[in-house]
Design a binder for this molecule. Structure first.
Ligand SMILES: [Fe+2]
Length: 380
């Protein structure tokens, strides 16, 4: 007997419009969408019915695994706690960021990222997780040891996304020294001499390693169907380099011109949902909302606050007339899914995976996630 579920009296966010009606799910897949009134099924009481959110760049797992400097939590328990917050934020597909190469934020020992990946794999196999988890390798190409970490993931089928980043001073996110100094000297209370030595070292590392590491990693990804992302691109030269390397996702471009050029080259431009919610970037770069209004924003990511993803989508959908709710929801569902080759999900349409979120939003800034289903199964 096929399993069947009907959700009725819902405001259904379709790819192009919002309609009131019902959605029928058979064996984990959306079977049909009806705009008439039906009397059987789970009553949504006029709440929104949207696709499960697809999150491409979150480092939120780190906080559960390393909650205090020097403290490490059981990796499986950390993955479960992270997963719980992800699912109750309406996210049904998540790419967990793991750091490859010691960078400025470092602090992890070699092998810890592999151990976290193994915990994600095991938790998934044992049916402990609500969302579907994939891995996003954040590769700090300026780090001498990036390939040592990266090589531990060559055969890992959960890796579907890799980003190429260079956080050395004078590069991309830190084109000028002001932000870099604030980030790494002021916040850590480094002495002038120690900071100067550190800056010299990081500049040398970037000069020496970034080019060759970029090449090796991008080649492996192209050959193995792993989507490549650029990170913090600032100039047209950066974008040109990304085009040459086959990049499909431009993460956090730091200038409007880099964002526009990436979008026009067919890449999906990703910005942080916290940036939309806060009304600007925490590191002083461009505002996501400006890109959205200019029609060159393609994907939002929750970055460091899982619940910001849904909040930002509703904020843009309701406040920016040229966007509207269907397009705003696409920023957190169908476009990120398509960018990483997950074409089976991210939209309310016949034949799509029944990843569904019931959202109540009746005034106020913050929508409420009331229930979540993955492949038709209730997970939150
Ligand atoms: Fe960055």
């Amino acid at each position: 007997m096929p399993s069947e579920t009907i959700f009725r009296n819902a405001r259904i966010v379709l790819p192009e419009e919002v309609v009131t009606g019902s959605v029928r799910i058979v064996d984990g897949v959306i079977a049909d969408i009806d705009t008439g009134a039906v009397s059987v099924g789970d009553d949504f009481e006029g709440d929104y019915l949207i696709p499960g959110l697809v999150e491409l760049h979150t480092d939120h797992l780190e906080g559960h695994y390393a909650p205090r400097p020097g403290v490490r939590w059981n990796a499986v328990a950390a993955v479960q706690a992270h997963d719980g917050q992800i699912a109750t934020s309406g996210i049904t597909t998540v790419f967990d960021c793991l750091r490859m190469g010691a960078d400025e934020d470092g602090g992890f020992q070699p092998g810890e990222m592999r151990a976290l990946a193994d915990a994600i794999e095991m938790a998934g196999k044992e049916g402990r997780l609500r969302a579907e988890h994939f891995i996003h390798l954040r590769c700090e190409v300026s780090a001498p040891d990036v390939l040592t970490s990266f090589n531990g993931f060559l055969d890992d089928r959960r890796v579907r996304l890799a980003s190429l980043m260079d956080h050395a001073p004078g590069q991309r996110q830190f084109q000028t020294m002001g932000q870099y100094t604030l980030y790494y000297k002021t916040k850590r209370g480094m002495s002038d001499e120690a900071f100067e030595r550190y800056v010299t070292l990081r500049k040398e590392q970037s000069q020496r390693f970034s080019g060759p590491h970029r090449e090796v990693i991008s080649q492996h990804c192209r050959a193995n169907g792993v989507t490549l992302a650029s990170h913090d691109d600032a100039t047209l030269d950066h974008v040109g380099e990304a085009i040459d390397q086959g990049v499909r996702l431009a993460e956090f471009p730091t200038s409007i011109e880099a964002a526009r050029a990436s979008h026009e080259a067919g890449m999906s431009v990703l910005m942080g949902a916290p940036n939309v919610v806060r009304g600007g970037s925490h590191s002083g770069n461009i505002a996501a909302r400006d890109l959205a209004e200019a029609g060159i924003l393609d994907v939002l990511s929750s970055d460091y606050i899982p619940s910001s993803l849904l909040q930002a989508a509703f904020k843009l959908g309701e406040e920016v007339e040229t966007i509207g709710l269907p397009k705003a929801i696409a920023l957190v569902t169908s476009t990120p899914a398509r960018t990483v080759g997950l074409d089976d999900r991210g939209r309310i349409a016949e034949g799509a995976k029944a990843d569904i979120v019931r959202v109540r939003n009746r005034g106020g800034e913050i929508p409420v996630v009331r229930s979540v289903w993955r492949s038709g199964e209730r997970v939150a």
